[in-house]
Write a protein that binds this ligand. Structure first.
Ligand SMILES: Cc1ncc(C[n+]2csc(CCOP(=O)(O)OP(=O)(O)O)c2C)c(N)n1
Ligand code: SF4
Ligand SMILES: [Mg+2]
Length: 311
């Protein structure tokens, strides 16, 4: 490519930068990694396909894709995305993702995982990430069971569900992911299902555009250990898919709880969305003010200042 030398205001010759080249959105082929190892018919395939669609549609470049997960069938997600990501510890995806989100404001972090990962072992991290309102999107792929470990009761398994840990049927009341997310402080809470691809993509986009902790509860059927769990929400299986009524006020917390309390299959769409300062913005403000106080000092001098302050 030819470059032109131009004279800059100081009178020196500088290289005229080449005109920026318009980058095309990545194709599925360019972001798809290993062939997913999920069972044939698993709902997780649809979620992955729509994540690829989102990457393509929203032109998220390779170097900006950040996919984090914990452990579980659904959490195998980052393996199948040819970009930056981490398959982290069971239930610990959110603290790991928080570090990335807080240190890299140029990225949007996506976290994927299962109902066990989110609400059992990772339950406390879920609550604390929500109350801190750390900017990221958490897509909980809820199949009402532990899939990877072959059918144990999960925190969202309905009463009476027979599993390897509850052979007479689950006796503990399930948690309600939507109520949990709203009460913990998530500022965007939406619900979708793997059987409605357009809706999943629409919700992923809305979640990504939200400046704060966005939770997307996505029904994703485990055909191996909980076949037919979500038939009542699937019109192709005789069920009904009802969208959140147009009259619903997404800033009304009580109205959101009301929607969350509907019996299955309930409604799909955005239940709750409010604007609140993020931890990202608050930390950035503190960093800016501190940096102005230590301007010109060497790293060791800043360290020394901190040690002296702690004496
Ligand atoms: C600390 C720890 N405890 C337990 C396990 C075993 N384990 C792996 S995945 C999993 C549950 C997965 O269920 P879920 O998060 O719902 O994901 P799914 O497989 O259903 O997608 C468990 C208990 C583990 N890997 N690490
Ligand atoms: S066990 Fe269930 S959740 Fe896991 S891959 Fe198979 S169908 Fe999907
Ligand atoms: Mg599960």
């Amino acid at each position: 490519m030819s470059q032109t030398l131009i004279e800059n205001p100081t009178g020196n010759l500088a290289v005229n930068p080449p005109a920026p080249v318009e980058r095309k959105g990545l194709t599925k082929k360019e972001v798809a990694a290993d062939h997913p190892t999920w069972c044939h018919g698993c709902g997780d395939f649809a979620v992955l396909a729509l994540y690829f669609k989102l990457i393509e549609k929203r032109k998220i470049w390779h170097e900006k894709i950040t996919t984090v997960a914990g452990i579980g069938c659904s959490s195998r997600f980052p393996y199948f995305v040819q970009a930056h990501g981490a398959h982290y510890l069971h239930g610990r995806a959110l603290p790991f993702a928080s570090g990335i989100s807080l240190s890299r404001p140029d990225l949007h972090v996506f976290v994927f995982g299962g109902d066990g990962d989110a609400f059992s072992i990772g339950g406390n991290h879920f609550n604390h990430t929500a109350r801190k309102n750390i900017k990221m999107t958490y897509c909980v792929m809820d199949n009402w069971v532990y899939g990877l470990t072959k059918k144990q009761t999960s925190p969202t398994s309905p009463l009476g569900f027979k599993s390897k840990t509850d052979q007479w049927g689950a006796m503990d009341y399930p948690i309600n992911p939507m109520k949990q997310a709203i009460s913990a402080g998530a500022t965007f809470v939406a619900r979708t299902t793997h059987t409605n691809p357009n809706h999943v993509l629409q919700m992923m986009e809305a979640a990504m555009d939200h400046d704060g902790f966005s939770v997307l509860a996505c029904l994703s059927e485990c055909v191996e250990f909980y076949d037919g769990a979500f038939d009542a929400s699937n019109p192709r299986k005789g069920g009904v898919f009802n969208e959140v009524p147009k009259t619903h006020d997404v800033t009304d917390e009580l109205a959101a709880y009301k929607l969350a309390g509907e019996p299955f299959p309930g409604s799909f769409g955005i239940f709750y969305k409010v604007s609140k300062p993020t931890k990202n913005a608050k930390e950035a403000e503190i960093n800016k003010s501190y940096q102005s106080k230590v301007a010109g000092l060497k790293d060791w001098q800043i360290l020394q200042k901190n040690f002296d302050r702690m004496k």
